[in-house]
Design a protein around this ligand. Sequence first.
Ligand SMILES: [Zn+2]
Ligand SMILES: [Zn+2]
Length: 282
Amino acid sequence: MTDRPYPSRFLRFLGTAGARFTIIRQLRASGGLWLGLGDSSFVIDPGPGSLVRICEAQPPLDPMALSAILLTHRHIDHSTDLNVLTEAMTGGGFHHQGHVILPEDAVASPCCYLLPYLKEKIGALHVWKEGEAVTLPGKVTVRPVRLTHHRVDCFGFVAEVPEMAPFGLISDARFEERWLDFYRDCPLLVVNMTLPHRCEGIDHLCPADVARIIATLEPRQILLTHLGRGVLMSGAEEVAASLTTGGTRVIAARDGMVIDLETYETWETQARFEPALSPDRV
Ligand SMILES: [Zn+2]
Ligand SMILES: [Zn+2]
C-alpha cells in the first residue's frame, strides 16, 4: 500500500469485478477504469459504484475534472454510473462540456443510455464506428474495433497518446482471430477475462484465449480485469502467473491498482473498499 502520487500518465482500476454475480455481490469493487493523461481525465465503463470509487480514491480523483467517458457496451456492469458521471463532468449540468463515446445501440435502442437532459449538456456525443478514430482532450486518439459480445454493440480500442506507446483494451468479447492484429502495436493490454474456462455460447474471454493473445502478439504486459466469480475462486493471481511467459508479464489487477503507462510499474493504493463476501462463501 502506498499513497505515492499518480504519475502523469496512468490507469487506475476503480474496480476489477466482471459479470453479474461478482458485481451484484461486490466480491470485487466494480466501476471501470480511470485514465489520467496530464490534465485530462477519462472514465472507461462506469459500472456500479464508479462515482463512489472515484470519490474515495487515495490519492484523490476529481469526478468534475473528467474530460470524457467511454462506454465499450451498454451492459449494466459497464453503464450504470454513466449518467451521474456525466452530471459531474458537466459541473452539475452548469457547464456545456465533456465528451461521451457510446455504441450505436446505447444511443438508438428503445431507451438512450444517456439521459436526454444530459445529452444536451455535454460538449460532444460520439458513436463508435469501426475504423473511425475519435480524438479527445489530452491529445489521445482512440481507435475502436468491433467485438462480438452477446448481440450488443461492443467495442475494444487502442489509445494512442503522443510520445507514449499505445495501449489496448479488449472488452467483453468472444475470442476471434479477426481482431488480434488490431492490437499488434500495443505493448500493454488490459483484457477483460471473466471466465476461468471456455464456456460454449458465453461471449467472454478465458485463460486459454489470453494464452492465444500472448502467443500471437507477445505484448510486454497484460493486466487482467473484469474478473468473474470463477476466476476469483480459481485464484486470479495464480491464473495470471500461469499465463506469464518469458516475453509477457501477466498481472491480475486489484481494486485500486495503478499502472504507470510509461514504465508499466504497478502498485496498490489505499482503498476503503472491502469486498462484501469472499468467493468461497458464495
Ligand atoms: Zn461486462
Ligand atoms: Zn458485457
